[in-house]
Design a protein around this ligand. Sequence first.
Ligand SMILES: *Cc1c(COP(=O)(O)O)cnc(C)c1O
Length: 476
Amino acid sequence: MKLIFEKGAPGQHLDMLPSCDVPEVSLSQERKAPLPLPQVSETELTRHYTALAKRVHGVNDGFYPLGSCTMKYNPKINEDMAALPGFTQIHPLQPESTVQGCLEVYATAEKLLSEITGMDAMTFQPAAGAHGEFTGLLLIKAYHHHRGDSTRTKIIVPDSAHGTNPASAVMAGYTVVNIPSAPDGCVDVEALRAAVGPDTAGLMLTNPNTVGIFDKNILEITKIVHDAGGLCYYDGANLNAVMGVVRPGDMGFDVIHLNLHKTFSTPHGGGGPGSGAVGCKALLKPFLPGPMVEKAEDGSYHFVTPEHSIGRVKDFYGNFTVVVKALTYVLTLGKAGIPEAAENAVLNANYMMKRLKEKYTMAYDVPCMHEFVMCLEDLLHETGVSAMDIAKGLLDNGIHPPTMYFPLIVHEALMIEPTETESKETLDEACDVFLKLWDLAHSDAQALHDAPLTTPIRRLDEVGAARNPVLRYTEE
Ligand SMILES: *Cc1c(COP(=O)(O)O)cnc(C)c1O
């Protein structure tokens, strides 16, 4: 397939910009030659992107059980709301009095999502989950420093954590202390007890964790950290299993990020825009990035900057339309619908786990939350077919592969998250495919080594792609 730069011809173009209605200025550094932009007609442009769209697999194409990513169906009404002219035809520098509705969206989303998470305040500035982690850790840092305590330099992270957790901790200037998981997949409480001390700034945890297990010792875990003077950070990227059922705030967490682009229904996977909203308990509120939205006595909304704000973490106010979609989602589901969605996410995952257990080995053979992890080490030894081979075989059956080789503590891992938006029929069809591939591994392993056969590109040279990435188009 040709790149857009290789299509069209000089002179073909599409006038989309309105004529200039402001004075033209001459820039001090003008280009010597015009930019080599694609010159294509509207027809060609449309065909190009339609062809590209046909080559990818999205949630609107079929089952997409990518663990830890919550690739669920996003109701289209969210898009309609986010496209309303009152939300899109505005400028971030407009006076507050002219965008009261937008400020109300922020204030209402903050109130409802704080209620769902058990937090006291929330900022919508961070643009993604990892960005939210970084922001949350800066809050923890500001809190300790404000108390005059600069000896706390360590963040404790379990070995099952999402890779962004230790990365964010390092970016925030902390040293990461890794603690092992116990054989049941939960935090090793004794190892945690041994790891905390006067240098502990905090703990980063996700619960349910990345193997899909709800940590039964969660209250003890947060207490151990608090007793040592540290704070507890909840990675709430994936709230699908617990929203409306239990609250991280009640589990003892002081700060949390949410991926509005996972649980709260913004399409994702293509690189944005997202929102890593950060909620916190009252003790961290004075440090939140500014501006925040506050409601005055007379009912009007205003921007305010918290007293000891860590400053901005993004220009303006974050990805606003993602917040509109999250609010639409929460209001559409309502108080009864939110826990029902969570319960169905858990039910669907357990249903699939139960059916697949007939042949596949589970990493942790206990009821799961919103996702579960299979360990294909035995299959690899018996047949030579790896988790990667099964994943490629799924592609030929119209299913997006699960998350592979993560979490790192499970070998030959396939991590499956069906989400609540899939029907029993879809789950059954998917289970049939998984079980069929297990049989195929035993009868014709080569067929799986050769998969995929039906995709536009067959097996990729993954090592080559990682070692020698070609990220830039060079004009011939
Ligand atoms: C997706 C995810 C993140 C990171 O979110 P991004 O928006 O991709 O930065 C962090 N933690 C967990 C558990 C996740 O699933």
